[in-house]
Design a protein around this ligand. Structure first.
Ligand SMILES: [Mg+2]
Length: 428
């Protein structure tokens, strides 16, 4: 099998960049975007970062800086970010044969086989320029043989301006040079707790994790960290489902194997995405305060009428209950659904993620209107997750179709001559 190559495309200061795009007068002004109820800083422009404004800081702690430096404040506008995200992803989808949306502002691209056409670095620059030209947002691109290294390449592209925002890490010697400079806590999937435990074992830099004994990692941590170490050595082994959940949002979306023409079928798909996204949410011990749903037709099929729409809602009380999330997702879907289109893709995004301590009680909530009230919700959800983890029989939400419905059905498929780098016709 051919060695795969991934690119991670990640927008720079995404929320802040979206806001600045529509306010050219603030091009050089420090700005910050605030969380629900304007409580904490959730995004900073590069000028605000340079002033030392920290992520997550309550806005009333930085009153002095705001006055002194004229920092502009924005409440979070998830409808805007959702739509801008959608535009970025559409541009990426036109440039690579496979795009996996990882969060609202990042996606993995499959570049396998591309080197026959152009250098990875050139391709990365093309992506960066095209997104900027089409959407107006700055991105960085990291390219590598594994997802974990592509994440790391992207980190370097952001951190070192001399790279011009594109880092090609396909050369093993270059991988090792970078690994030696990066703290282990910056590696994808290595959270604070793991990082502390690793440091206690004298594993401080990423290269020390790459060189650590695999069976020790498996025994003392998990098979996931063992895979991370393998990935740092250029061996791809992170199946998509095991990718660590993103920090700020959780996205679950897919193109349909067959176009969908009815609301009922879209409801099944959206229920499925909402349920999977909520499962990931619980896996990370988090609660979502906001959710977004999008649907769209296939923009490359020019013979059919086009429609693309997204909608989002803020939850009065953050939740990790599949029933609550699914219900909201279906309400959003019904509000944007229009008859008479051939839908090719939809997705659900969860945002405003917090841990249990960040969940505020809803004054008006009673068990009668919210089935998730009380500890019963947590028990039910953990039983559901347990069954889904340990057994082959899966428990689904009532409206949800099994995952097979959304898998690609393509039993009689000829090569993708014009859309897959690895399947280009070869002329001798
Ligand atoms: Mg980003």
């Amino acid at each position: 099998m051919k060695q795969p190559v991934f690119a991670l495309v990640d927008c720079n200061n995404f929320y802040a960049s979206c806001e600045k795009l529509f306010r050219p007068d603030l091009r050089h002004t420090p700005i910050v975007v605030l969380s629900n109820n304007d409580g904490c800083v959730v995004a900073r422009s590069k000028e605000a970062k340079a002033l030392g404004i920290k992520m997550g800081v309550p806005v009333h702690h930085i009153k002095q800086e705001i006055r002194q430096h004229g920092i502009q404040l924005f409440s979070s506008n998830y409808t805007l970010y959702g739509d801008m995200s959608h535009r970025v992803m559409m541009t990426l989808e036109a440039m690579a044969p496979r795009v996996d949306v990882y969060s609202i502002d990042e996606a993995f691209l499959d570049l396998t086989g591309l080197e026959r056409l152009m250098s990875y670095e050139n391709f990365g620059r093309q992506v960066k320029d095209t997104v900027y030209q089409n959407v107006g947002l700055p991105v960085c691109v990291g390219i590598a043989p594994t997802r974990t290294l592509a994440k790391l390449a992207n980190y370097a592209a952001k951190k070192y301006p001399a790279t011009g925002g594109v880092v090609d890490l396909s050369d093993p010697a270059r991988q090792r040079r970078l690994l030696a400079r990066v703290p282990v806590g910056e590696i994808w999937g290595v959270g604070r707790k793991i990082s502390e435990k690793l440091q206690a074992m004298n594993i401080v830099t990423a290269i020390q994790l790459a060189d650590a004994d695999l069976s020790t990692l498996r025994q003392r941590f998990s098979v996931v960290l063992e895979r991370t170490a393998r990935e740092l050595n250029g061996v791809p082994c992170l199946p998509w489902e095991d990718a660590p959940p993103p920090k700020k949002q959780i996205m679950c979306s897919r193109s349909f194997g067959q176009p969908i023409h009815s609301l009922a079928n879209l409801e099944e798909a959206v229920t499925h995405f909402a349920a999977r996204a909520t499962e990931k949410l619980r896996g990370g011990g988090q609660y979502a305060g906001e959710l977004m749903v999008f649907i769209r037709t296939n923009p490359f099929k020019t013979t059919v009428p086009q429609y693309s729409q997204s909608a989002s809602v803020r939850l009065v009380k953050a939740s990790q209950d599949s029933r609550v999330i699914v219900q909201h997702a279906l309400n959003l879907l019904r509000s944007i659904y229009r008859d008479g289109y051939e839908y090719s893709k939809s997705g659900v995004m969860l945002g405003e993620l917090t841990d249990a301590s960040g969940v505020q009680d809803d004054l008006f909530e009673t068990a009668a209107i919210n089935p998730s009230e009380s500890g019963r919700s947590e028990r039910l959800m953990s039983v559901m997750d347990e069954i889904n983890r340990k057994t082959r029989a899966k428990v689904y939400m009532a409206r949800e179709a099994g995952p097979a419905v959304y898998a690609m059905r393509r039993g009689h498929l000829s090569p993708a001559y014009t859309t897959a780098w690895g399947e280009l016709p070869v002329v001798w």
